[in-house]
Design a protein around this ligand. Structure first.
Ligand SMILES: C[S@@+](CC[C@H](N)C(=O)[O-])C[C@H]1O[C@@H](n2cnc3c(N)ncnc32)[C@H](O)[C@@H]1O
Length: 274
């Protein structure tokens, strides 16, 4: 790779990040250089970056992608990115979108590679999962662990089921606070999401995710009670009918022990009896 921009130089010119705005900029060149390598097996024709900041990662993405779209909420950093990368913009290789990543439309990207703003990382993850495109994302470790968690663990929850439903989830690198400026109060980890078809079917994706969301509000109850108590969240018209149609084996388990396929089975039975 040719010489990339120095992250400390970028901060010196763009200004330091404000932690209250989720602005923790990567300053460790080795981590910055490694991030695109985790996407080597993916189509990097159009990379989406959420939260461009001073552009240290944008610079690395421009070295591997034909086109990069950066979404940055902060007006000053968005303006800085447009000036700093005016050459790439003139060549038609970079688009800078100033706005909130939870609100703006995503372009038709082929891979998302981002050091996410942690305050909205879980919501962004749900949004990205629905896009069914590959991703390499920096999260705080606690969120990365939840995505990769196995049934029966305290980290296992709605995010685990959704992530594993859409993708193979791999934690590819732990990243310490010292890699950032300013340093976050938490440890971080890079997660790779490789889209895949699950080995089970769901009748309707939205209904499945609503059911999972509902059941995890009662994660330590039995499945029987969780189904009955959460119809206002799951949208099930008749929770009792669903319970009656399910086997005792699943009804007596707890939602936090159910693998994604078991939630899919409940969603299938629910669709049949509604
Ligand atoms: C953790 S920093 C990463 C910056 C840069 N990519 C890097 O790696 O150094 C997150 C960036 O997301 C931006 N941001 C925060 N909330 C955002 C939102 N809702 N939508 C888009 N960008 C946001 C912040 O201004 C900040 O620049």
């Amino acid at each position: 790779m040719s010489r990339r921009r120095d992250p400390d130089d970028l901060i010196a010119r763009a200004g330091r990040g404000d932690p209250r705005q989720d602005q923790h900029f990567l300053v460790d060149d080795r981590v910055l250089d490694r991030i695109p390598t985790y996407a080597e097996e993916f189509d990097t024709e159009h990379a989406l970056e959420i939260g461009g900041g001073t552009g240290a990662l944008t610079d690395r993405l421009l070295a591997v992608a034909d086109h990069v779209t950066v979404i940055e909420r902060d007006r000053d950093f968005a303006r800085f990115l447009r000036t700093e990368f005016d050459g790439a913009i003139d060549e038609g290789r970079l688009s800078v979108v100033q706005g909130d990543a939870l609100e703006v439309n995503f372009p038709a990207y082929t891979v998302c590679i981002s050091n996410l703003p942690y305050g909205i990382a879980t919501e962004v993850a749900f949004r990205l999962l629905g896009e069914r495109e590959p991703a390499v994302l920096m999260f705080q470790t606690e969120v990365a662990d939840r995505m990769a968690a196995e049934p029966g663990t305290s980290e296992y929850g709605r995010l685990s089921v959704a992530a594993q439903h859409f993708a193979r989830v791999e934690i590819v690198e732990p990243v310490p606070p010292e890699a950032f400026d300013p340093q976050p109060a938490v440890d971080s980890a890079i997660v790779r999401l490789t889209p895949r078809e699950p080995d089970y079917r769901v009748p309707d994706e939205d209904d499945f995710l609503s059911l999972v969301k509902a059941m995890f509000t009662q994660r330590r109850k039995t499945v029987r009670n969780a189904i009955r108590n959460t119809t206002h969240i799951s949208g099930l018209a008749d929770g009792d009918a669903v319970v009656e149609a399910l086997d005792e084996e699943v009804l007596s388990r707890r939602p936090d022990a159910l693998e994604p396929a078991a939630f899919a089975r409940i969603a299938t039975v629910a669709a049949e009896v509604q």
